[in-house]
Design a protein. Structure first.
Length: 258
């Protein structure tokens, strides 16, 4: 996969597309074409290469196909290479990694795609079975997984529950979604959240997290989308590092047990 990423980044037009998405994430093909001096066919071809290298993830919104930057390949390259060579020689990747993880200017959605060497059934179990989520996430979800059912988040001695905290979608081995948990005083205390941050986060509307699983040979393409944030959301500002680490821990956990 590293070779694909290197080849994708070698082309200046593709880097220009990444720059455009970094400036404004979640663009349609037409929007990308309007902002760049490239023919639509050329943009489509370059996007296909970036998608193949997992540097761009697409999300359907009605009839629209939105394109998002994906930081996972850059994280993988950084983890594999940065510590082995002079950092100055790979500053391109360090800079791009930072750019990809910067909050989008006009799109608050968090979109992250990774490939995990396992089966959809095993990955599904790792994502929904509380005995597994406890091992890599430190959280258990207590629910019957029926759409509309409440979902309690249990973290040690702390349980987060409340109105609107429920299962939103459930299509076994393919897709599920739920409401992100309420920020309770107990959760704030357990995570050592200060009073100011607790006041901000607890006042925000509930957001939504979804998980899409797609078989790809001996791997599963997992796309995590966290959406529904207000402009200036304190929770949105907190989740980037948390999701990136969590998905990395999930990948390590699943590939060890598979």
């Amino acid at each position: 996969m590293d070779d694909e990423v290197f080849r994708a980044l070698a082309d200046p037009s593709r880097r220009q597309l990444l720059d455009s998405l970094n400036e404004r994430n979640g663009q349609t093909l037409s929007e990308l074409c309007a902002g760049l001096s490239m023919a639509r066919q050329s943009v489509s071809k370059h996007l296909a290469v970036l998608e193949s290298a997992n540097l761009v993830t697409t999300v359907r919104r009605g009839r629209e196909k939105l394109h998002h930057l994906n930081a996972e390949p850059i994280n993988a390259i950084a983890d594999r290479w940065i510590n082995q060579y002079d950092r100055r020689r790979v500053q391109l990747f360090a800079d791009l990694k930072t750019a990809l993880e910067t909050e989008p200017v006009s799109d608050n959605d968090f979109v992250y795609t990774t490939y995990i060497k396992t089966t959809p059934e095993r990955l599904w179990q790792a994502l929904t079975n509380p005995s597994f989520t406890q091992q890599y996430w430190g959280v258990q979800h207590r629910t019957d997984w029926k759409v509309g059912s409440p979902i309690d988040w249990v973290m040690g001695d702390v349980t987060m529950s409340g109105p609107g905290q429920e299962v939103l979608e459930y299509d076994p081995y393919r897709r599920f979604a739920f409401t992100w948990h309420h920020i309770t005083p107990e959760f704030a205390k357990a995570t050592e959240m200060d009073d100011s941050l607790f006041a901000k986060t607890s006042a925000e509307p509930l957001s939504r997290a979804s998980f899409d699983l797609e078989p790809d040979g001996d791997q599963v393409k997992l796309t995590v989308i966290h959406t529904g944030f207000e402009p200036g959301s304190a929770i949105r500002a907190m989740i980037d590092d948390g999701w990136t680490k969590l998905i990395s821990d999930l990948k390590t956990f699943v590939e060890k047990v598979s």
